[in-house]
Design a protein around this ligand. Structure first.
Ligand SMILES: *Cc1c(COP(=O)(O)O)cnc(C)c1O
Length: 516
């Protein structure tokens, strides 16, 4: 435990009654599992399996057998569960409190979706099982594809890509295949300077050259700059709308027309679709390709490197190039089967070993069905309302670089706090952890100084938003009272305080004492 005298002076109190109870606070460093180890202790309790025991010698040739016992902790089930449960509580999690991380949304993930994904009839099926035995799974995938196409205004989709970035690469390969089929070789893809980092990376990996266009002073694509780079070497443009500043590109129709005029395609980064669900559709805005992050907008928790799904939906002209095999409707055959796998004639090939991360896909369909069409629209309306409430509420305490109606997220800035007191966005983000909230995204988008990007999401109650706003307001006030040095010491009471981020990224096996 930190010494009493270094505990934060809780000028902010306990907004919404949350701060005091967070398990993030306090706690000694955790013993390792080996410290509970006792020879012969086991964490299972099967008496008999009914399977005859065969000596291991009969099963595994000597050359492949261990000569010494494996060195693992021998613990009871009780100790094992307690150990990992304690560890899990030393992390901030989406089940613990508000998670206002902008851009890479971590939203409400209804537990019913996990229940669905865990159903043995779904979870227990081998991906190589033949279509005749997996009609239910195929029906689910086809329904999900059709629903995603309805939501995005596209003609067909592949469900294979395992993440957003994998979807981006798939989309760029589709772009390339389409141009090649037109007999046209193009080299450039345009990206606005506010884009997510995966966009330029995917363009490069897809074999294209990145051309960056600046944003104008309203935070939108600068139309003159865009026109000046458009020519017949441009394969397409990658955009997201709302863009990563949380702003709607009002000139989207004009952008689409200008890019299409030079024969380019429009790619929509749909990682975070909750701003527009049921309200506008990328297909109607003129986009040809879109990837969606089902692990952001559609029920699977995002983060920690878990499985994701980045389906790519396309307009009619790109359908023949989609990855295969795809689940398709065939009409009922003589054994009652209605669905099968089929590979489009000019397919770019597989982008996943099997059919994608299918349990993430099952969660997404469950989420869509739980909410229904009206519910999806309400998600967008409330997400936008909540972000704008935060923007208005905090525009005295923080700078708001683009202070006009935003979509599902708002970018604030600690620029003035830095100029006046030397307190940075990072200090504010770290201090917020002590108030029982996850930190917002910081230093992104890159074009905003000291950016604090907040996505309140559609699922937090007005009381929670009020508590978040109050915490951020009092932290801004505290910054002025206590100054840079005091603020840089936070967080004082989390299990891990500040880490050397450059070293953390380069030295993956930590050698430092996590409590210092
Ligand atoms: C998260 C995100 C991505 C990348 O998705 P991954 O699944 O992490 O690869 C791309 N674009 C935007 C705007 C995102 O928020």
């Amino acid at each position: 435990m930190p010494d009493e005298t270094t505990m934060p002076t809780t000028t902010t109190g306990a907004p919404g009654g949350r701060a005091v109870s967070t398990p993030l606070l306090g706690g000694e460093s955790e013993p390792t599992l080996f410290e509970f180890s006792h020879p012969g202790r086991r964490a299972w309790s099967f008496r008999t399996t009914g399977i005859p025991e065969v000596p291991v010698e009969d099963l595994v040739p000597a050359i492949h057998r261990r000569t010494a016992p494996v060195d693992i902790a021998e613990v009871s089930e009780r100790d094992l569960v307690a150990h990992f449960t304690r560890l899990s509580h030393r992390q901030f999690s989406v089940d613990l409190g508000a998670y206002p991380l902008g851009s890479c949304t971590m939203k409400y993930n209804p537990k019913v979706c996990d229940t669905v994904a865990g159903l043995p009839g779904l979870a227990g099926v081998h991906p190589a099982a033949p279509a005749s035995m997996t009609q239910g799974w195929l029906a689910l995938l086809v329904e999900l594809e059709e629903t995603l196409c309805e939501v995005t205004g596209m003609a067909a989709a592949t469900l294979q890509p395992a993440a957003g970035a994998a979807g981006e690469l798939t989309g760029l390969l589709l772009m390339r295949a389409w141009h090649e089929a037109q007999g046209s070789v193009r080299h450039k893809v345009i990206i606005p300077d506010s884009a997510h980092g995966t966009n330029p990376a995917s363009v490069t990996l897809g074999g294209y050259e990145v051309v960056t266009v600046p944003s104008d002073d309203r935070g939108c694509v600068d139309m003159d700059a865009l026109r000046s780079v458009l020519d017949d070497d441009v394969a397409g443009i990658m955009l997201t709308n709302p863009n990563t500043l949380g702003l709607f590109e009002e000139d989207i129709a004009e952008i689409a027309a200008a890019v299409h005029e030079v024969g380019g395609l429009l790619y929509y980064d749909g990682a975070n679709l909750n701003a527009i669900l049921g309200v506008v559709r990328p297909g109607d805005m003129g986009f040809d390709i879109i990837h969606m992050n089902l692990h952001k907008t559609f029920a699977t928790p995002h983060g920690g490197g878990g499985p994701g799904a980045g389906p790519v939906a396309v307009s009619e002209r790109l359908v023949p190039f989609l990855p295969g095999p795809r689940p398709v409707r065939t009409g009922v055959d003589d054994v009652g089967a209605e669905f099968t796998w089929a590979t489009p004639e000019r397919s770019i090939g597989r982008v996943h070993t099997w059919h994608g991360n299918t349990l993430v896909l099952a969660r997404a369909l469950a989420y869509i069905l739980v909410n229904g069409g009206d519910g999806l629209k309400r998600i967008a309306q409330v997400a936008v309302l909540n972000a704008n409430w935060i923007r208005r509420r905090l525009h005295d305490a923080y700078d708001v670089p683009f202070d006009r109606p935003c979509m599902h997220e708002v970018v604030l800035s600690a620029k003035s706090l830095k100029a006046e007191y030397g307190v940075r966005a990072l200090d504010i983000a770290k201090r917020l952890l002590e108030e029982g909230f996850h930190s917002p995204t910081v230093y992104f988008p890159l074009i905003v100084d000291e950016a604090l990007m907040i996505e309140p999401t559609e699922t937090e109650s007005p009381q929670t938003l009020e508590a978040l706003a109050r915490a951020l307001e009092s932290i801004a006030a505290e910054a002025g009272e206590l100054g840079a040095e005091a603020m840089a010491a936070h967080p004082l009471v989390t299990p891990v305080r500040r880490v050397d981020e450059a070293r953390a990224a380069r030295t993956l096996i930590p050698t430092f004492d996590a409590r210092t």
